[in-house]
Design a protein around this ligand. Structure first.
Ligand SMILES: Nc1ncnc2c1ncn2[C@@H]1O[C@H](COP(=O)(O)OP(=O)(O)OP(=O)(O)O)[C@@H](O)[C@H]1O
Ligand SMILES: O=P(O)(O)OC[C@H]1O[C@H](OP(=O)(O)OP(=O)(O)O)[C@H](O)[C@@H]1O
Length: 212
């Protein structure tokens, strides 16, 4: 298995786009990739092993070296600050992180509260703005927080803007644009440089083509 390159893939909404991109790059991924509950998928013909992880955990597998490379959202990389190198912007799963809240409301002067799945990003953002806030970590349905009175603001992902709109929230500030990135374990990059360079080259070709 040593000559296999192990790729950590995010389950969920990024997965399908990532598989499509790999196929465009010429990797022959079997139909199993379109409908399977397996968490490890081997493609011996390509000397590739795929492990399927939660998006937030991809960089953890890569940092620990149990995966050589991985595909992770920039949001996750900013939040987790793992010891991995970012090799390529794959330009898939585009969205952005924003501050949102109920319309025409000011942040509480005394102890403003911000609910988010991204406590580190939110903390850093408000520190840069010179605002001291209490961060409330949530794991999903973030838009509920200001409606129900748990927080003054949220920091969350916006893609189509539909969730915010349907829940009566407005965007106050855009923090950072997000796309998925190819990341690599620094040791793997030295040992498996040939295989990894080949992967980067092939992906770079299709990403570049898609830009036109
Ligand atoms: N509308 C969106 N909402 C959330 N994440 C998005 C969106 N569009 C693109 N992404 C990207 O997809 C990743 C999250 O994927 P997904 O929603 O499948 O995972 P998750 O929310 O962590 O999973 P779960 O909901 O099971 O906890 C993010 O890290 C981000 O980079
Ligand atoms: O701008 P939109 O296209 O509406 O997408 C943004 C919404 O999607 C994500 O939630 P998700 O569907 O992952 O649900 P969760 O936060 O409850 O996990 C995100 O947290 C927003 O709520």
């Amino acid at each position: 298995m040593n000559d296999f390159l192990t790729i950590a893939m995010p389950k969920g909404r990024i997965f399908e786009e990532a598989v499509e991109l790999l196929r465009k790059a010429g990797y022959k991924l079997p139909p199993e990739f379109d409908d399977s509950r397996k968490l490890i998928l081997d493609v011996p013909e390509e000397s590739l092993r795929f492990i399927l992880a939660k998006p937030m955990d991809v960089a953890t597998y890569v940092e620990h070296g149990v995966a050589d490379v991985g595909i992770a959202g920039k949001d996750v990389l900013l939040e987790e600050e793992r010891d991995v190198y970012e090799l390529l912007d794959l330009k898939i799963s585009a969205c952005y992180l924003a501050v949102a809240g109920l319309p025409n409301t000011k942040m509480n002067d005394v102890a403003p509260r911000v609910a988010t799945k991204y406590p580190n990003v939110a903390e850093a953002y408000f520190r840069e703005q010179g605002e001291q806030v209490e961060i409330i970590k949530l794991n999903g349905s973030i838009e509920l927080a200001p409606i129900i009175g748990l927080s003054d603001r949220i920091v969350d992902i916006v893609s189509t803007g539909r969730t915010m709109k349907e829940n009566g929230l407005v965007e106050y500030e855009r923090i950072v644009d997000v796309t998925s990135r190819l990341i690599v374990n620094p040791v793997s990059y030295r040992i498996k440089d040939g295989q990894i360079d080949e992967l980067v080259r092939r992906l770079h070709n299709v990403v570049a083509v898609e830009e036109f």
